[in-house]
Design a protein around this ligand. Sequence first.
Ligand code: F6P
Length: 500
Amino acid sequence: MTSTSSAWGRLQAAQRLPLSALFAAHPDRLSRFTLDECGMHFDWSKTHVTPELIADFVALAEETGLAAAREALFSGKTINQSEGRAAEHTAERGEGAPDSVAQARFFHARMRAIIDAIEAEALGPVRHILHVGIGGSALGPALLVDALGRDAGRYDVAVVSNVDGVALEDAFRKFDPSATLLVVASKTFTTRETLLNAASALEWLADGGVEDPYGQVIALTADPDRAVEWGVDETRVLPFSETVGGRFSLWSSIGFPAALALGWTQFEELLEGAAEMDRHFRLAPLDHNAPVLAAFVDQYYARLQGATTRAVFAYDERLKLLPDYLQQLEMESNGKSVRIDGKPVEGPSAPITWGGVGTDAQHAVFQLLHQGTHFVPVEFLASIEPGHGLDEAHHRHLLTNCFAQGAALMTGRANDDPARAYPGDRPSSTILLDQLDARTLGALIAFYEHRTFTNAVLLGINPFDQFGVELGKEIARSIEGADIQHFDPSTRSLIERAFG
Ligand code: F6P
């Protein structure tokens, strides 16, 4: 998107009308700005978009080559230019270049064979799964297991990412070493935190009387040789393709703990739900395309209305890890200031994603949303079907509050006392799921992936690299190497104070 784009010029010139005026002017607003897809109802009617804005965004998408970029994504072209590779997470769900789909199927079959073997107790009586990984190698599996694993009752799963030993000790306290499978997940198999945690977990297995600790290890990685070098038997290394990015990897063998805990059928449902969203994203016209419309709304608020953050509140305890997952997906993908063509991004790139669960957040942070000075577009998620068997009053109360918040943000309320007045006209969108099952969750996550990709295309940036994380890693290595003299006085003093 450049300042010379005519569609962008029109978008910049468009006036923002109050939500109440938009509803009054267009009686059909609801049907124009809602969409039912993959078991979900998307409602953008309480945002400030208008048919004219959508038309201009469609023109902008055409100018920026969204359709071609989308085809390049699905056909396995090298769209991650800075790293010289494709981005083939959709092939994991069967939607991609035929060779890549075939390879993903082959790797999935291996994963399934190991799961069958574990279920047949070929690795002993496994009851606990200790999954060690970080970033994309942890957030996806953690979300899946937390969202869908409650009733599975098959295995206890702990996903440990933090190198702070407190996290591992918490898991150790709950698990019996002789019944624990240690899963080491790392795309590169070089990540310091993961390898350190894995080494400590191996020690714990040995201290707990396990004669062959490596015999209880499974590795999930795109670099099998490194995993073997590290000590994992090659029959227990589950590879995935280098072209699957870390934050897009839960569909690959990185999803192993979820596939094991939920069962293979559920995992396949998850993939099929994502594939359904893939087909929708690939084939639906831009103005009836859920990820694309959501990205238009994102662009509108972040780039044209100056919203520096966007908030996501799931009115569903099972989705409490969704904001964490989205933070990596959206901020690691699109939090960049340089475009693919090397030019600076004009204006803001990705907003800061944050959020929580309802109704908890209402009693903590919603004050700022209703009366604060920040302008925050909010996204609500909820499921019509409850995730529990308690009195229906629980679910009714939960959903009632979800809908009430969107209404309150939009309508506001006048009061003679300014401290008690609600300005209103604050935007929100809602995603209402028929139910939260594996299929719908797959589609929901794929929706967010494609929305992130669309935002990147509109911004002109590559969402698949993450060079911004490297400098800190390098400095940490030099601090560990005691090479501290060249640091600034503040950093040096902190190091000396902590390590003597
Ligand atoms: O440092 C960032 C990052 O590379 C993420 O992109 C990735 O998901 C995470 O670290 C973990 O990487 P790996 O799976 O290679 O251990």
